[in-house]
Design a protein around this ligand. Structure first.
Ligand code: GAL
Length: 795
């Protein structure tokens, strides 16, 4: 009833098209034909990533860089009916992303192909539809040519799909473009460009009414425009509105407005289409000498690079999983995200709008020159204009997007005499500027040489530098008047909960392909979590962070990486299969360097002590502290071990301690006053399993997740930080276990198993809600341990 009413009022209907697909792994001749029998195929729901379901193997052609998981060809089919009432309408299918080389058919007719796995696209179905009858959509996905990526990509229809039904006269796909050319405290001038398409066989007199609502739903501005719409034409209508006393968007207060574009097909008095766009009002500027200013206030862009995978969930988009990643990054103190190195899922940008992150939206990891044999360079000529344009068209209304990046470390930057670098950079920047002149354009370059041809193309608004922290200080003299951003830095290497002694020497590692250079990493596949290991091209967390905070001309930094990702296990090869670069492990648990960022990037008094205190008598253990106070005192079993003062705002404090079991206690002081304390205790052996859900109540919408942390406790209830027991899981009630992980880079247990070995005392289980309200019960048990149960309410 509600749906029918909606239809009468505004004829646009957007329906999820995620459910009831059939899937087959492998190529099948004729599967695009409507009559093809798919009854034996697996039934599943989109978003879906078949790679994450596969087994880790050294033989998988993606290699460890691609996560050592399988690619291949997969087919998806979905049968649906269209009501007769829709016969005068136009119908589109929208894909947010398919990795990669998709081809889509409707009732046997090919609608098109899309090679790039990160682009969003849609096809019109109308001429091929059968009303009140069975229609079949078929999608072939080809991720068989490997390697085609330097990180884990996932395979399949891994982002959402929608069916959009509109009047033949309707607002086009990504059909609004909202800018705020003048913003003051008194008012904001808002320009709204609306593209209206007329697919009727005649010209159409029309009116457009644009209404702007504040976040409380109150109308703050209205504008009416009238005009004729020519046949099969997309007409752009430009409106100018004023919002009095606007609330500005900022990371601290991510305030959103909503513009509703109502199209009237005159003389009718009900709208023939209604289209909603969220936007924000903010002003910003980058300055060569002093960095980034948002709404007139200086803001350091304290960012992280994130790949698109969601750890154990693979590439399959889940809004709550993305939100959790952002919450963890927020807790670390980050206010910015770089979507390395591709256009993100739309849900990420909805979340960054809502949660208040500054986004650098990146198009490509390569241009015309390859990085891996089957990557996008093969599609460059035919597709780069379209893919880049579509990214900007799709994302340009997001207030959280502040910077466009046209590439990462492209090969064209390397050859000083490369005659293609500058023309490509200029072409790409031209495409972006034509669609959105309001945001600066950068390119992430790791050829720091002042001769880098991309820097001299005259194409970039912001010079984006990756690594080479030692030359940052020279930028203002090397590039007078240029504006800078550190598009990527650090590449420090750590495994959660691993503490090699002593901690005061630095290990510099190479990639496995340069085996004979430098020291070899430990053969157990684990790197210490003291901030003392790094890739040779990078730095320790502390080094680059210190310099970044020191230089005002650096507008921002993006740490490689916020969270570990699948693939690229530098400095290891097999059996490692995920990265060591994250400040947070693949399961979402902070490694110790997380707290270095917190000590510099957050205001709440904090103190973090490492390592754990389960050692052997006679050991000499380095104790580190991260704090935002000026000094810390340390006590072992009450005995004073000394006070350490910070001489640098970005630093750790260290004590070398003769180990005795017991209690390590630290006290942080600022101006003589205790701001906070931290305690680490020696534990006994594990006695029981413990479960803690991040949310004990989730929505019964078939998508929401509860992330449940598993630890094991001793008799006193202390979590045992070194324990590695195998824990078996069971769930009952209307929820499923959809992922397990422990953050161990060399584990080959399936992420979809119903058991998990704790890694240094921790693991996570991801519980996904069904569609019925009720209570789910998760039980965890391990040999010799009392079991644990947690209840999750589904509403
Ligand atoms: C950078 C690159 C990233 C990642 C990183 C690892 O050069 O842009 O994608 O490979 O190195 O340190």
């Amino acid at each position: 009833m509600v749906a029918v009413l909606l239809l009468l009022v505004a004829q646009r209907q957007t329906q999820t098209f995620d459910r009831d697909w059939r899937f087959h792994l492998g190529d099948v001749p004729g599967a695009e034909q409507p009559a093809f029998d798919d009854s034996k195929w697996r039934r599943l729901e989109i978003p879906h990533d078949w790679s994450i379901e596969g087994a880790f193997s050294e033989q998988n052609p993606a290699g460890v860089a691609g996560g050592a998981l399988p690619g291949g060809v997969g087919w998806y089919r979905k049968t649906f009916t269209v009501p007769a009432a829709d016969s005068g309408k136009v119908v589109f299918v929208e894909f947010d992303g398919v990795y990669r080389n998709s081809e889509v058919w409707i009732n046997g007719s090919s609608l098109g192909k899309r090679p790039y796995g990160y682009s969003s696209f849609r096809y019109e179905l109308t001429p091929h539809l059968r009303y009140r009858a069975r229609n079949v959509i078929a999608v072939r996905v080809d991720n068989s040519q490997q390697p085609n990526s330097r990180w884990y990509s996932g395979s399949g229809i891994y982002r959402h799909v929608r069916l959009v039904t509109t009047n033949p006269v309707h607002v086009d796909q990504w059909g609004t473009y909202i800018t705020t050319p003048v913003v003051t405290g008194e008012s904001a001038q808002v320009t709204i460009r609306t593209s209206i398409r007329n697919e009727r066989r005649r010209e159409q007199p029309a009116a457009l009414v644009t209404t702007v609502y504040d976040s409380g739903g109150k109308v703050v501005a209205v504008e009416v425009m009238k005009g004729g719409l020519a046949l099969a034409d997309s007409t752009e209508i430009v409106d100018s509105l004023t919002i009095p006393r606007p609330t500005l968007w900022s990371p601290e207060r991510p305030y959103l407005y909503r513009a509703v574009s109502s199209v009237y097909c005159l003389p009718k008095t009900v709208p023939c289409d209604e289209y909603t766009t969220q936007f924000g009002v903010r002003s910003f500027v980058f300055r060569a000498d002093s960095g980034f200013f948002l709404n007139g206030r200086h803001v350091k862009i304290r960012g992280v690079c994130l790949h698109h995978d969601l750890g154990a969930l693979g590439a399959a988009v889940n809004t709550r999983a993305i939100e959790r990643q952002l919450e963890i990054m927020r807790a670390m103190g980050a206010n910015a995200i770089r979507t390395s190195h591709n256009p993100p899922a739309p849900e990420l940008l909805d979340l960054t709008d809502r949660m208040g992150f500054i986004v650098m939206d990146e198009a490509f990891d390569m241009w015309k020159k390859e990085k891996t044999p089957y990557d996008y360079h093969l599609d460059w000529d035919a597709w780069h204009v379209r893919d880049l344009s579509d990214m900007v068209l799709r994302d340009r209304n997001h207030p959280s997007v502040f910077i466009w990046s046209i590439g990462n470390e492209v090969m064209e930057q390397w050859n000083n005499g490369d005659s293609t670098a500058a023309p490509i950079a200029r072409e790409l920047a031209g495409i972006v500027r034509a669609l959105d002149p309001t945001r600066p354009i950068t390119q992430a370059a790791n050829n720091g040489s002042p001769q880098n041809p991309v820097f001299h193309a005259g194409a970039l608004d912001l010079l984006g530098h990756n690594y080479h922290h030692e030359v940052w200080k020279d930028f203002p003299t090397q590039y007078p008047g240029a504006k800078f951003i550190i598009t990527e830095a650090m590449s420090a290497l750590n495994s959660r909960g691993v503490y090699g002694q002593p901690s005061d020497s630095v290990a510099i590692y190479y990639t496995p392909y340069e085996k004979n250079r430098g020291p070899q990493p430990p053969t157990n596949g684990r790197l210490s979590s003291y901030d003392n290991s790094r890739a040779f091209w990078g730095s320790l967390h502390e080094e680059s962070l210190r310099l970044f905070e020191r230089y005002p001309f650096l507008s921002g930094i993006f740490v490689w990486q916020g969270i570990d990702y699948l693939g690229e296990p530098t400095p290891y090869e097999w059996p490692a299969r995920s990265s060591y670069f994250g400040a947070v492990d693949l399961a979402g648990f902070p490694k110790d360097p997380f707290y270095l960022y917190q000590s510099v990037w957050t205001e709440q008094p904090m103190l973090h002590l490492l390592p754990h205190w389960n050692w052997t008598r006679g050991d000499t253990i380095d104790v580190w502290a991260y704090t935002n106070a000026e000094q810390v005192e340390l006590y072992l079993n009450g005995a004073f071990l000394g006070v350490r003062r910070k001489t640098e705002p970005v630093s750790h404090l260290m004590w070398r301690v003769a180990y005795k079991p017991g209690t390590l206690r630290a006290v942080a002081r600022q101006n003589g006053i205790v701001t906070t304390t931290a305690v680490v205790r020696t534990t006994g052996v594990p006695a029981r399993v413990a479960l803690a859900a991040d949310r004990a109540r989730i929505r019964a919408d078939g998508e929401d997740l509860s992330f449940v942390t598993i630890t094991v406790r001793d008799r006193r209830g202390l979590a045992v930080p070194t324990a590695q027991p195998l824990v078996r899981l069971r769930i009952s009630g209307g929820a499923r276990i959809v992922g397990v992980d422990n953050g161990d880079e060399i584990s080959h247990t399936s992420f979809q198993a119903h058991q998990v070995r704790l890694f240094n005392g921790k693991a996570v289980v991801m519980v996904r809600a069904g569609r019925k309200a009720g209570t789910a019960t998760l039980t965890a048990e391990g040999r010799g341990l009392a079991p644990a149960t947690v209840r999750i309410e589904l509403r």
